[in-house]
Design a binder for this molecule. Structure first.
Ligand SMILES: Nc1ncnc2c1ncn2[C@@H]1O[C@H](COP(=O)(O)OP(=O)(O)OP(=O)(O)O)[C@@H](O)[C@H]1O
Length: 305
């Protein structure tokens, strides 16, 4: 890697096998300085395996993993990162403040404890033993531990699982603050609205491969659908048979229509039901793009299950 390049982490043609199973099948992934990259994909897509390679927790069977241009197992690379994994196990009897002090001591230039606590929203938890915290509070402490060393790159593996709406919003704000400082973030999440709200770039994986990669807008543009919602008595099956209608669902009194020709379908809906009301028209989001991009892979998985 070129030392002046803004690439902070990279997988090149990474292959990882577990016996017969190919968990990663030639994955290329690049993370630039100061960007938040969301790695999305159905269960078993290879997201955690990709992160484990970049962290040096496992070795590739083919291709390469690099952190700051170095082998991820080198201490000089590892000192520059912070990590929040799904499977964090921490000593339950240590108080939160003690944990923060301990982890910060591994880093050459850590944040002051109060700053880490404030960023992660755990200032009121510092004296509590870790093992006595709720699941959501533990996640916030793990987030504080990931950022307390003032890392240049943070890996967050499904960080907001188990958090209430308030805690999730605070964590989003903290992630934005990290990125504003110039920190790079790799985020895996199953909450597509999280990726939509935070990510500069999104990678969609399935079955150990990268299916698609780009900005949230670019991914959305791959699926040029509009969502129409309205209250109507029109028959869902009949509307589904109209030209340019992709799908129709009924939710009680409401009809949800997806189409790539919103104006034409809207005209026809209004003509067909003069009593139609509570009309909403919205561009399809990342969720629809994700479902469309991974349709085949999810279909195969469902058949196999
Ligand atoms: N240590 C292991 N031994 C055997 N198979 C493994 C191991 N780790 C991962 N796998 C397999 O590799 C594939 C990719 O797993 P991975 O955990 O990377 O997926 P993921 O995208 O993170 O999924 P999830 O969204 O469920 O966390 C899966 O089929 C998984 O069962």
């Amino acid at each position: 890697m070129n030392p002046t390049s803004d690439v902070v982490a990279q997988l090149s043609g990474a292959v990882k096998r577990y016996g017969q199973l190919t968990a990663l099948d030639g994955v290329d992934l690049v993370l630039h300085r100061g960007e938040l990259l969301a790695v999305l994909g159905p269960n078993g897509a290879g997201k955690s395996t990709s992160i484990s390679l970049l962290l040096g927790l496992i070795r590739p069977d083919g291709g390469r993993a690099e952190l700051f241009g170095l082998d991820p197992q080198q201490i000089d690379a590892r000192r520059r990162i912070g990590v929040m994994l799904q499977s964090a196990v921490l000593p339950p009897s240590l108080r939160v403040g003690e944990l923060l002090r301990l982890v910060a001591s591994y880093y050459p230039n850590p944040r002051p404890l109060d700053e880490s606590a404030h960023l992660a929203g755990i200032a009121d938890l510092l004296k509590r033993p870790y093992g006595k915290l709720s699941g959501g509070q533990m996640r916030r402490v793990q987030f504080a531990l990931a950022l307390c060393g003032r890392p240049e790159l943070v890996f967050l593996d499904e960080p907001t699982v188990g958090m209430d709406i308030d805690a999730r919003q605070k964590l989003w704000a903290a992630m934005r603050a990290l990125v504003a400082e110039g920190c790079s973030v790799v985020l895996t999440t199953h909450y597509l609205e999280e990726a939509e709200a935070l990510a500069q770039r999104v990678v969609v994986m399935a079955k150990g491969r990268v299916l698609s990669e780009g900005s949230v807008d670019a991914l959305r543009a791959q699926v040029p659908l509009t969502r129409i919602r309205c209250v109507t008595d029109l028959d869902a099956a009949k509307v589904a048979a109209w030209p340019q209608v992709s799908s129709v669902e009924r939710e009680g009194a409401r009809l949800l229509v997806s189409t790539d020709a919103a104006e034409n379908v809207l005209r026809r809906l209004l003509d067909a039901d003069l009593a139609l009301r509570e009309l909403e028209v919205q561009r399809a989001g990342l969720a629809e793009a994700f479902m469309e991009l991974t349709r085949e892979e999810r279909g195969i998985e469902q058949e196999a299950a």
